[in-house]
Design a protein around this ligand. Structure first.
Ligand code: CTP
Ligand code: CA
Length: 226
C-alpha cells in the first residue's frame, strides 16, 4: 500500500456530506431554523472516514463535536451551504443529510427589530436554493452517487417516492420524524432506503451511528458495482 493511503471499502473515494440545520438571519439577534441535531449526518461522515474515504462535512450550526478524520466546513445559511458544497466538489459520493431552511427572510435587518407597542410586522420570506437538486442535476462533474434524505411526518413512503423523482438523486433515505418517533434530537433512527428503480428497504430501528455505518457500507457496494 502507498504510504499514508487508507484502507477500507471507501479507500480512494471522495465523499461530501451535509449535516445540521441552517440559520437564516432575521436581524442581528434572531434567526429561522430547522430542528436538527446533526447526529445522523455527522455519523455518516464519521463512518465514511472510518471506511477510508477523504471526507468533507459541510455543517450548519450544531452542538456536537466534529467527527474524527473529517474536514469540517461550518456554515450558517443555506446559501453559504450551497457555496461550500460547490467548493468541496468534485466527489464520488455526496450525501445531503442537512435540514436546510426552505425559506429565508427576504431582507436581513441590520439593526435589532424593536417592539414598539403596535402590531408586529409580518415576516416576508423568499425560497432558498435547493442544494441537493442543484448537485443532482449538474451537467458536468456530478458525483456518481447522490443521496438525499427525507424527513416526513406522514405518508412517509409516498412522499419519499415523489421526492426521489423530484430531486433527481439516485437514492433517498426516508425517516419518520413524527414527534412520537423521537427521531429529532434522539439517538435512534428508523429509515427506509429508496432506489430509483422502485426498490424499498425498511431497516429496523437502529442507533444513528449504526445507521451511518450501514448506509456507508451500502454506498460502497453500489459504487463498487457501478
Ligand atoms: N435539501 C437541500 N436544499 C434545500 C432543501 C432540501 O439540499 N434547500 C435536501 C435535504 O438535505 C434533503 C432533501 O433535500 O436531503 C429533502 O429535504 P426535504 O426538506 O425533505 O425536502 P423539500 O424538497 O424541502 O420538501 P418539503 O420540506 O416541502 O417536504
Ligand atoms: Ca424542506
Amino acid at each position: 500500500a502507498m504510504l499514508g493511503a487508507k484502507a477500507g471499502p471507501l479507500a480512494g473515494r471522495r465523499v461530501l456530506v451535509t449535516s445540521g440545520p441552517t440559520h437564516e438571519p432575521i436581524d442581528p439577534v434572531r434567526y429561522l431554523a430547522n430542528r436538527s441535531s446533526g447526529r445522523q449526518g455527522h455519523a455518516i461522515a464519521a463512518a465514511a472516514a472510518a471506511a477510508g474515504a477523504q471526507v468533507t462535512l459541510v455543517s450548519g450550526p450544531v452542538a456536537i463535536p466534529d467527527p474524527p478524520g473529517v474536514a469540517v466546513v461550518r456554515v450558517e445559511t443555506a446559501r453559504a451551504m450551497l457555496a461550500a458544497v460547490e467548493a468541496a466538489l468534485p466527489a464520488d459520493l455526496a450525501i445531503f443529510a442537512a435540514a436546510v431552511g426552505d425559506w429565508r427572510p427576504a431582507a436581513e435587518q441590520g439593526s435589532k427589530i424593536k417592539k414598539d407597542g403596535s402590531e408586529p410586522q409580518p415576516l416576508r420570506l423568499v425560497e432558498n436554493p435547493d442544494i441537493l437538486a442543484t448537485v443532482a442535476r449538474m451537467q458536468e462533474g456530478r458525483p456518481r452517487l447522490v443521496v438525499g434524505f427525507a424527513a416526513e411526518t406522514d405518508a412517509v413512503l409516498d412522499h419519499a417516492r415523489a421526492k426521489l423523482a423530484r430531486k433527481g438523486c439516485d437514492l433517498l433515505v426516508a425517516n419518520d420524524v413524527s414527534p412520537a418517533g423521537g427521531v429529532m434530537g434522539g439517538a435512534a433512527n428508523t429509515v427506509h432506503l429508496l432506489a430509483r428503480d422502485g426498490a424499498v428497504e425498511t431497516w429496523p430501528t437502529l442507533a444513528k451511528d449504526e445507521v451511518g455505518r450501514r448506509l456507508v457500507a451500502r454506498f460502497a457496494q453500489i459504487l463498487d458495482a457501478g
